[in-house]
Design a protein around this ligand. Structure first.
Ligand code: GDP
Length: 200
């Protein structure tokens, strides 16, 4: 897939709000600081003028951010989870927003779930992945910041996470926003999630 255009469309704080168009959606999920905005900007080739911004600080309204890519699909940036210090009400708000979105009639075509390659999946990661499995949403696992570990560890981590989550190792992809490792593979995987026939 070649990225020809990217436009920010809208932010949504209430999951009952229908998406801004009926284009297929691919959502990106992960704990805050996992490298989600860096990954989105790198994947879309937005290294100079970033489209996704560093995640909202605790206390800010959490939103689903919609970007239209190539007039072919909507990339949905889900709010990062797992801040240790957020109040319970905010965590509950996050869960309601994500759950509402994932269960909506306009649920995404697939999810790209991010996990830091240096750490085991957190309890929140596992809960999220379980939820995606229960909802039957096709999920790609991306191990972020792969430049922070050696090549051998990269392969090892991929196998370990696949085994831990019970998924095919082909569904787990190392990625680095710093070196660009995994960028092409990620674009291809997103295309596959979209079904290939969407004219991307
Ligand atoms: P987000 O909160 O998930 O959107 O995470 P960010 O994209 O804002 O990244 C969080 C921190 O990790 C920032 O300091 C980034 O510079 C750093 N980071 C993100 N991706 C990478 C990567 O691929 N390699 C390295 N070395 N650092 C990264």
């Amino acid at each position: 897939m070649i990225i020809r255009s990217v436009e920010f469309v809208t932010s949504v704080a209430d999951p009952a709000t229908p998406p801004p168009s009926d284009l297929p959606q691919i959502a990106f999920s992960g704990r805050s600081n996992v490298g989600k905005s860096s990954l989105i900007n790198t994947m879309l080739g937005r290294t100079r003028t970033r489209v996704a911004h560093v995640s909202a600080t605790p206390g800010k309204t959490q939103t689903l951010n919609f970007f239209r890519v190539n007039d072919a699909f909507l990339l949905v940036d889900l709010p990062g989870y797992g801040y240790a210090k957020v109040p319970r009400t905010q965590r509950e708000g996050w869960a309601a927003l994500i759950d509402g979105y994932l269960r909506a009639e306009w649920a995404p075509r697939g999810i790209v779930q991010l996990i830091d390659i240096r750490h085991d999946p957190t309890r929140d990661d596992l809960a999220m992945i379980e939820r995606l499995g229960a909802l039957g949403l096709p999920t790609l696992i991306v191990l972020t910041k792969s430049d922070k570990v050696g090549k051998e560890r990269r392969a090892q981590a991929t196998a370990e996470v696949a085994a831990r989550l019970g998924v095919d190792p082909g569904q787990v992809l190392p990625f680095s926003a710093r070196t660009g490792e995994g960028k092409e593979a990620l674009l291809e995987a997103v295309e596959a999630l979209l079904g290939g026939g969407e004219g991307v």
